[in-house]
Design a protein around this ligand. Structure first.
Ligand code: FPP
Length: 253
């Protein structure tokens, strides 16, 4: 069976869209959005968190199976203490609220990243949100928190070395699939589409292994202002792309 298609009820209602199975999002521009509205940066993050909920609902309705949000990178600790503290408080609040939201919308929630520095309350909330949503069968929402791709890869290599030394794996067992199974994203298919908001065109240490064959989409819209229409535009663009995975296709001949 091919990838699911969606007939969108919009101006372009004749367009059959290819719906990506997994979308990864770099939610950039919260601070700039807040500034442009004369608001403190933190309000940009609050608005950004609300938008996560909104976009998840739309993504679920569109038939997207997985959506991964970059909420806090391992480099974001460099920000001023007050901003980091506010972000951590926001995550504590959000992960608590997520239990109800996931239940209502049949969403499974997962968090990837290094939990060691996240604080007991947040780690406990994450545990509860993951546990209580684990049997939900709709969209899987993945939040990358204290996540860095290089850190993830080094972490995986260390665990592989350990498992090799203790004889749990053999030398020839190390394959691409096996390596993937040592990443935080084990069991989750690689993203088909990466969306970065707010004009920057870089990956910022996000899912470097997993994004190897993803289509990249950049928009100037800041994350708090990114709407379902913007998501639809990204998917329209994705639908026009000819994904070759190193091969040639009819279109590229
Ligand atoms: C980038 O904008 C955004 C962040 C570093 C934080 C992302 C967090 C959220 C959207 C809120 C919470 C999310 C969840 C899942 C609970 P920026 O601050 O770098 O903006 P700027 O580039 O305009 O300064």
């Amino acid at each position: 069976m091919g990838a699911p298609c969606l007939m969108l009820m919009s101006n372009d209602s004749t367009n059959n869209l290819k719906i990506p199975k997994h979308i990864a999002i770099i939610m950039d521009g919260n601070g700039r959005w807040a500034k442009s509205h004369g608001l403190p940066r933190n309000i940009g993050h609050v608005q950004g968190a609300k938008n996560v909920e909104n976009i998840c609902r739309v993504a679920g309705e569109m038939g997207i199976d997985y959506i991964t949000f970059y909420a806090f990178s391992s480099e974001n600790w460099k920000r001023p203490d007050a901003e980091v503290k506010k972000l951590m408080n926001l995550f504590v609040e959000y992960t608590k609220k997520a239990v109800k939201i996931c239940k209502k919308n049949n969403v499974r929630m997962l968090v990837i990243g290094d939990r060691n520095s996240l604080g007991d309350k947040l780690v406990e909330n994450i545990r509860i949100a993951e546990e209580s949503s684990k049997d939900n069968t709709g969209l899987t929402m993945i939040i990358a928190m204290n996540y860095g791709s290089r850190d993830e890869i080094v972490h995986a290599v260390n665990r592989i070395v350990e498992d090799r030394e203790t004889g749990r794996i053999e030398k020839n067992d190390i394959t691409e699939d096996m390596f993937s199974s040592y990443l935080y994203t084990a069991g989750i298919p690689d993203p088909d589409l990466l969306i970065r908001t707010s004009g920057e065109m870089r990956l910022s240490n996000y899912l470097l292994w997993q994004l190897s064959y993803a289509e990249l989409y950049f928009t100037d819209v800041p994350w708090p202002a990114f709407t379902s229409k913007d998501l639809e535009n990204a998917i329209k663009e994705y639908s026009r792309r000819d994904r070759r995975f190193g091969n040639i296709t009819e279109e590229s001949k």
